[in-house]
Design a protein around this ligand. Structure first.
Ligand code: BES
Ligand code: ZN
Ligand code: ZN
Length: 510
């Protein structure tokens, strides 16, 4: 039996921060700013907080923390001061990351209970109690997470559960905080569920195992269903792209479709299609990749898994929108049966594609899945994929590339990203890039020239959306970013889960 993940729960409670009994209390500190709470704490702790400042050890710089032992002077055994940086620059993401840092510390200290004191000095125009507690809750899930299902107990003891409390002395605030905790827990839980699947290696998660996870996930959630096509059905449907990419592996491809239907759905109910690339391992195939860093290609399923996580969150949030989660999954391997450079593939849409590089496989499975979304008459299609190294060259590891044939959708995705902290940057993918994807012996080829690789890949995918409203998120840089750089556990950070769920739910709010 594999070890269970840390069970994280968050609640909001009326209490003053001094009396709460907890293993670790975390308090945010602005740079060069002493808050009322800071002052009050300092009195209780007989100057210990001020001492830290005076000695110059900590001034509230962001991403920095100081741990103090309270010796029974307050309810908490330990006090963690978490730097928030400059007060004027504080965003939702600042608070999310600060909470993550605190929760990470709690688990590192093997503390089972953790409390976050709400900061009274925040700009009330920018934050309300609901969004505030949502961000803090998401942060607790983000930082409290560990991926250790294959590490035995002795080697890394940590609490089985993390019970976190958001404290505020004002009872009137707590009701609002509660709402944020509920939403934040749905997002945080879905994100950690996705992280675990993303982090699992390719010998554990192959396309059929991913399909099993999808089936298991929908069980017990009302309004959500899952259908899986195996390789025979994929062949019968003539999804030539998925078939070609998967044919070199003994682990056969799967086409996974999740469907969320709101209660009382009608013909006019808006339909959104989320499409995610799930290559369970990308060796490059016959155009094999260099061995250095190849182990990272277990993360090449992250787009598809982000869709899986988003569908879980959506089904709990229950927006009045129909949502398809479409996850084409294959393993890209070299072998006697592999597709080759030079092959011409009949895709599901009927368009033919000349393969010039078997490592440009993501677009070959996505084109079939996007065509499927078009057939389902989706009003909006968003695909997400660890698609190109070129996107990482362009934008680095901090943000994903966003391409689209529709400006309004770009704005909507940017707005959702602002709330969830999954950063995006708009890139072009128009005609001039599509020109580079035309083949002399088929309609398209699967690679462009040397330059603009993220944009040519985007243009390729865009043709399969046709006249439909479509956007594409290239998460190659953020899907595989080492979580440690973000101050959380190494491995996947679950990029995209919250972004997609927030984007969908925003449509219902209009
Ligand atoms: N999965 C990779 C993209 C990737 C690269 C993700 C680095 C994360 C980090 C994708 O399938 C791929 O190999 N793309 C090729 C495309 C090229 C052959 C046109 C690439 O980016 O090199
Ligand atoms: Zn590849
Ligand atoms: Zn790939």
């Amino acid at each position: 039996m594999m070890k269970q993940m840390i069970h994280i729960t968050v609640k909001a409670t009326k209490s003053d921060p001094f009396s709460i009994k907890t293993d670790l209390l975390s308090v945010g500190v602005f740079k060069d700013h002493v808050s009322l709470l800071g002052k009050a704490l300092d009195i209780k702790l007989k100057g210990a907080v001020e001492q830290v400042r005076k000695l110059g050890d900590f001034k509230g710089e962001s991403k920095r923390t100081v741990l103090l032992y309270t010796e029974g002077k307050i309810g908490a055994k330990r006090l963690l001061l978490v730097g928030l940086g400059e007060k004027e620059k504080t965003e939702m993401d600042t608070l999310r990351k600060a909470a993550a840092l605190g929760a990470k510390k709690a688990v590192d200290l093997k503390a089972g209970t953790f409390a976050v004191a709400i900061h009274q000095d925040l700009d009330k125009r920018k934050f309300n109690f609901e969004t505030l507690s949502r961000a803090i809750t998401e942060g607790i899930f983000l930082g409290g997470y560990r991926y250790d299902e294959f590490v035995n107990e002795k080697d890394n003891s940590r609490p089985a559960k993390l019970t976190a409390t958001i404290v505020d002395a004002d009872a009137a605030h707590v009701r609002l905080l509660d709402r944020g905790v509920r939403i934040g827990s749905i997002f945080g839980d879905a994100r950690n569920f996705a992280r675990t699947i993303m982090n699992r290696p390719a010998n554990v998660v192959n396309p059929s195992a991913l399909a099993d996870e999808a089936r298991k996930m929908v069980r017990g959630i009302s309004g959500l269903t899952c259908t899986v096509w195996d390789d025979k059905q994929i062949r019968a449907k003539k999804m030539g792209g998925i078939l070609a990419v998967g044919q070199g592996s003994i682990s056969k491809p799967r086409f996974i479709v999740l469907k969320y239907s709101p209660a009382k759905a009608t013909k006019s109910t808006l339909t959104i299609g989320l499409v995610g690339k799930a290559i369970t391992f990308d060796s490059g195939g016959i155009s094999i990749k260099p061995s250095e860093g190849m182990q990272e290609m277990k993360f090449d399923k992250s787009g598809g898994v982000a869709v899986l996580g988003a569908m879980q969150a959506i089904a709990h949030l229950k927006p009045k929108i129909r949502v398809f989660g479409i996850i084409p999954s294959a393993e890209n391997m070299p072998g006697g049966g592999s597709y080759r450079p030079g092959d011409i593939i009949h895709t599901y849409s009927g368009k033919t594609v000349e393969i010039q590089n078997t490592d440009a496989e993501g677009r070959m499975i996505l084109c079939d899945a996007i065509h499927y979304a078009v057939q389902q008459k989706c009003d909006f299609i968003v695909d997400i994929a660890t698609l190109t190294g070129a996107c990482v060259v362009a934008l680095g590891e901090g943000m994903a590339g966003l391409m689209s044939n529709n400006d309004l959708q770009v704005e909507q995705i940017k707005a959702a990203a602002q709330v969830t902290g999954d950063r995006v940057w708009h890139l072009p993918c128009g005609e001039e890039f599509l020109e580079l994807m035309k083949s002399k012996i088929a309609e398209l080829k699967n690679i462009g020239g040397k330059w603009g690789g993220a944009c040519t890949a985007g243009a390729f995918l865009g043709t399969f959306a046709g006249e439909n409203k479509w956007a594409h998120i290239d998460m190659a840089g953020v899907g595989m970013v080492d979580g440690e750089k973000q101050g959380v556990f190494p491995g996947s950070i679950g990029y995209g889960v919250s972004l997609l769920a927030e984007y969908v739910c925003n449509h219902a709010r209009k």
